[in-house]
Design a protein. Structure first.
Length: 122
């Protein structure tokens, strides 16, 4: 999203900080060591960074939330189902997305069960 210009780097870093400070204390499924920066997570584990931004996307405009949701699902489908990749980063990212899943406006677009199935594939 950042590379495509749909989300500024500052907005993404702000959403990541919101995730770490406001969401993680309520459900600490993935915790970062103190002093971890958004930039370092983006560089070292980009999928995990995208999942964190997706989880905190409630602070972003609705159009960006939807696009983030589509992007993360396409990424999961491609890397987990098509390529068959298995990694701790993907497991953590799928867990974050499943815990902080925002249901779409239409029931037909609900993807919760697909996310749970992804966890069984990683």
């Amino acid at each position: 999203m950042i590379d495509r210009g749909l989300l500024s780097l500052d907005a993404a870093f702000s959403a990541f900080d919101h995730f770490v400070t406001d969401l993680v204390p309520h459900f600490p499924i993935v915790v970062f060591p103190e002093g971890t920066t958004a930039a370092s997570v983006r560089d070292e584990t980009p999928v995990l960074f995208l999942a964190c931004v997706h989880a905190a996307s409630g602070v972003l405009p609705l159009e960006i939330q939807r696009e983030l949701s589509h992007d993360i699902m396409r990424l999961f489908a491609s890397r987990i189902l098509v390529v068959g990749e298995k990694s701790l980063e993907l497991i953590q990212a799928v867990q974050i997305v499943s815990v902080w899943y925002y249901p779409p406006g239409r029931y037909e677009e609900l993807k919760y069960y697909q996310i749970v199935c992804l966890l069984s594939k990683v």
